[in-house]
Design a protein around this ligand. Structure first.
Ligand code: DGY
Length: 326
């Protein structure tokens, strides 16, 4: 409809190439597209002014100030992430703005990355790679780089058996691991696809590897702390592909230094994108820069779902994947 007034959408970060190309085909919509790097706060507030919609990522803090800067025309903010701890939902509700996320489309990629980290930790892949690159002399030996036997009875403890946790569980079961989980929405003692739901205490005590797949909420902040780390099995590993704030990093470093934990793999950090130098200094720690969902097709699906949510809301339809705001 040529008479329809143009609606404007602020896209805070460059989306994937193919999704960016598709943006041109939406008649009646103008996209104001940012750069690859996150916008500075002042730029974010300036460019969202008078927009009808915004597509943002977890690097943008979406709060009262953001909604005030946008003005009353803003209908929807689509987060290009399943997590939405960067968004003040109460403020969104006050301003009548719909919030959407990207559940479901990144489960496989995130579980793949999690499992890659489990294997890398257990089999000491990064340490061994570094060892060779350093030019060390070596010869095969019965004690050389011995690690965890993943598929000979190791137990994986999954904290949060949602979409991603379950995808991790399927991979672990295919490796003949014993898999146990905690999940707030599932009854203790029940079994889901061969995964037993246990208490947190039991999970921490029994797991050779503990992996986190809960959202960051007030109730999960520092869920992994001095006490819960002490309750873990001696020699166990921790994997965090969820959110940095779930782990008290200082307590984790102490647990590694004391030898209580054998190592940790961290994709998400407390002070992201800053990485605690104490973590970097420890060879038992494997680090990736929040890339667990970084599969090519996955990132297209995440970006496309964000765009489709905006298109739906601006056309007066229901969003595909809304976040409950109130
Ligand atoms: C998410 O989706 O919440 C991730 O952290 C980014 O993929």
């Amino acid at each position: 409809d040529a008479m329809k007034p143009t609606k404007s959408v602020y896209v805070a970060r460059l989306l994937t190439e193919s999704v960016t190309r598709e943006l041109g085909s939406h008649a009646g919509l103008a996209f104001d597209i940012g750069q690859e790097a996150p916008p500075a706060r002042a730029e974010l507030l300036e460019r969202v002014a008078d927009k009808d919609a915004a597509i943002v990522t977890l690097t943008e803090r979406i709060d009262e100030e953001f909604f005030a800067a946008a003005g009353p025309g803003l209908k929807v903010v689509a987060n290009v992430a399943v997590g939405f701890d960067n968004i003040d939902l109460a403020a969104a509700a006050r301003h009548g703005v719909t919030i959407t996320n990207t559940p479901g489309v990144l489960d496989g990629a995130t579980a793949d990355h999690t499992f890659a980290l489990i294997l890398a930790l257990g089999r000491r892949i990064v340490e061994a790679d570094r060892f060779i690159r350093e030019g060390n002399q070596w010869v095969w030996g019965p004690r050389m780089f011995v690690g965890l036997d993943i598929s000979a009875g190791a137990t994986l403890g999954i904290i949060g058996l949602g979409r991603i946790g379950l995808a991790v569980a399927r991979r672990a079961r295919a490796f003949d691991m014993r898999v146990i989980a905690t999940d707030a929405t599932r009854p203790l003692g029940s079994t889901v696809e061969g995964v037993e739901i246990v208490s947190q205490e039991e999970l921490l005590a029994a797991s050779d590897v503990v992996t986190l797949h809960v959202p960051l909420l007030p109730s999960t902040r520092h869920l992994i702390n001095r006490e819960t780390l002490a309750a873990m099995k001696p020699g166990a590993y921790l994997v965090n592909c969820a959110r940095g704030g779930i782990v008290d990093e200082q307590a984790l470093i102490e647990a590694i230094d004391s030898g209580h934990l054998r190592g940790a793999a961290i994709d998400t950090f407390e002070g992201e994108p800053q990485v605690n130098p104490e973590l970097i200094a420890r060879p038992q720690v494997v680090l990736t820069p929040h890339t667990a969902s970084a599969g090519e097709a996955t990132r297209d699906r995440m970006c496309r779902l964000a765009v489709d949510n905006v298109l739906a809301v601006l056309a007066g339809r229901e969003p595909l994947t809304p976040v409950q705001t109130a």
